[in-house]
Design a protein around this ligand. Sequence first.
Ligand SMILES: NC(=O)c1ccc[n+]([C@@H]2O[C@H](COP(=O)([O-])OP(=O)(O)OC[C@H]3O[C@@H](n4cnc5c(N)ncnc54)[C@H](OP(=O)(O)O)[C@@H]3O)[C@@H](O)[C@H]2O)c1
Length: 236
Amino acid sequence: MSTLTGKKILVIGRGSGIARAVVTAAQSEGAHVVVAGRDPHTLREVYGAELAVEPVDVTDEASIAALAERLVTVDHVVTTASARARGAVSELAPETVALSFATKAIGPILLAKHLAPRMPEDGSFVLFSGATAVRPTAGMLAVAGTNGAVDSITKGLAVELAPIRVNAIAPGTVDTGAYDGLGPETKAALFAARSATSPARRVGTADDIAQAVLFVLTATFLTGVSIAVDGGETLV
Ligand SMILES: NC(=O)c1ccc[n+]([C@@H]2O[C@H](COP(=O)([O-])OP(=O)(O)OC[C@H]3O[C@@H](n4cnc5c(N)ncnc54)[C@H](OP(=O)(O)O)[C@@H]3O)[C@@H](O)[C@H]2O)c1
């Protein structure tokens, strides 16, 4: 029996990509998964009636407080919520940068504020950082700054919420649909370039990341770290 069997795990995000892979992986370990996001209608369509679906907007404290009331208790929280903030510094609007921070950095602080009091001592949070925090590329300044903040917040929350554990996963380039906005040719060229230089010689899959999430959820001596799951992309 897995240590996640019967545990209530809240997974926040969209009904696809990394969030969906985490849901599937956690269910395969026997967890009781609750999914939450801004679009519960789509989440219900994706997951069907057997999975509990909750509305939440992680930039809205009242929405998080209401979710906490409805959940009553929770063992683990995984938040993949992220707002796109790509763009060269010359083009970046302050609202874009602020929304990125509100979603990935402040959101987890508010989740901790309202959900940690409802968690057992062996509960945990999993945040999402990204490879840009340690290896920014041009046009990714706001994403890099947001991910750097996530890394610091992960450490700070781990100290403050102890013994509840707080960790982050920092993916490299992962084919989740997040790059579809580039168009098929640009996306294929980017993935080919990243695959050519990455020590893993490929881009990641959502399942690669979900396996890492299972590890941090169950590694009871692990807290306050951001784990790079990037195929070595940040080494080169
Ligand atoms: N894919 C990669 O290569 C990569 C690389 C580095 C880091 N990451 C990180 O890994 C995580 C998951 O990545 P992904 O590619 O699977 O997903 P993603 O494309 O980054 O999607 C994240 C989803 O979060 C939801 N969201 C946005 N704002 C929200 C809010 N205020 N409240 C609740 N949900 C909100 C949105 O779904 P709705 O529109 O349905 O609300 C959005 O589609 C993200 O944190 C991402 O930054 C990914």
